[in-house]
Ligand binder design. Structure first.
Ligand code: FMN
Length: 180
C-alpha cells in the first residue's frame, strides 16, 4: 500500500471478526513498528499482547473507567496490545537528569510516534486498530504483568476489521499550517 493512501485510509476500528491475530501477523506489524523514530534511538516502547479471553474480559470489566465503548471494544477484539515504555530514558541524560525543560514529555512522545507507526503497519497488513487512552493504568497492571521499569502508555485493540468506519471530519490545511 502506498504511504499517503495508508495514512489517509487508516481508521480507528472498534468492531472485529472472530478471526484471531496470529503471532506471525503480530511479528510482521511490530517488525515494521520498530522503524519508528525515537529519542536518541532509545527505542523504549514495548508491545505486550493479550489474547486470553478471560484476561481481556477482566480488562474490559474492571479497567476502562466504566467507559462503555472501550469495554465493548476490548472484550470484542481478538487481541489487545498493552503499549508500555521503559521509564527514565527518553528525554534523559545518562546521569539521570532531564535533557530539556520538557521533562518526561519525550517518553509519551515516543510512545505516540510508535503507536501510530504500529497502527499504520497494521493497516498495511489488513488489520484494524484503535488506540485507547481511557483506562485505569494501575488496574491494568493488576491484570497484566507489566515488566519492572516499564509503564503503560496506551492500549491498542487489534484484529481483522468487521466495519469500515467513515472518516471523522478533518480540519483543513489552512487551519493546521502556518509559516513563521
Ligand atoms: C491518544 C489517543 C487516545 C484515544 N483514546 C480512545 C479511546 O479511549 N477510545 C476510543 O474508542 N478511541 C480512542 N481514540 C481514537 C480517536 O477517537 C480517533 O483516532 C479519532 O476519533 C479519529 O478517528 P480515526 O482514528 O478513525 O481517524 C484515541 C486516539 C488517540 C490518538
Amino acid at each position: 500500500m502506498e504511504a499517503l493512501e495508508c495514512i489517509k485510509t487508516r481508521r480507528s476500528v472498534r468492531k472485529f471478526t472472530d478471526a484471531p491475530v496470529t503471532r506471525e501477523e503480530m511479528q510482521q506489524v511490530v517488525e515494521a513498528a520498530a522503524y519508528a523514530p525515537s529519542w536518541k534511538n532509545t527505542q523504549t516502547v514495548r508491545y505486550l499482547v493479550v489474547t486470553d479471553p478471560d484476561k481481556k474480559q477482566r480488562l474490559a470489566d474492571g479497567c476502562m473507567l466504566d467507559f462503555a465503548f472501550n469495554q465493548k471494544t476490548t472484550a470484542g477484539a481478538p487481541a489487545l496490545v498493552v503499549l508500555t515504555t521503559i521509564t527514565g530514558r527518553s528525554g534523559y541524560e545518562r546521569d539521570g537528569s532531564f535533557s530539556t525543560s520538557q521533562g518526561t514529555h519525550w517518553q509519551s512522545f515516543d510512545a505516540g510516534v510508535a503507536a501510530q507507526t504500529f497502527c499504520l503497519a497494521a493497516h498495511a497488513c489488513g488489520l484494524g486498530t484503535v488506540i485507547m487512552g481511557i483506562f485505569d493504568e494501575a488496574k491494568v497492571a493488576q491484570v497484566v504483568d507489566i515488566p519492572e521499569g516499564q509503564q503503560v502508555s496506551a492500549l491498542i485493540a487489534i484484529g481483522h476489521p468487521a466495519e469500515e468506519p467513515v472518516c471523522p471530519k478533518r480540519k483543513d490545511t489552512e487551519t493546521l499550517l502556518s509559516f513563521a
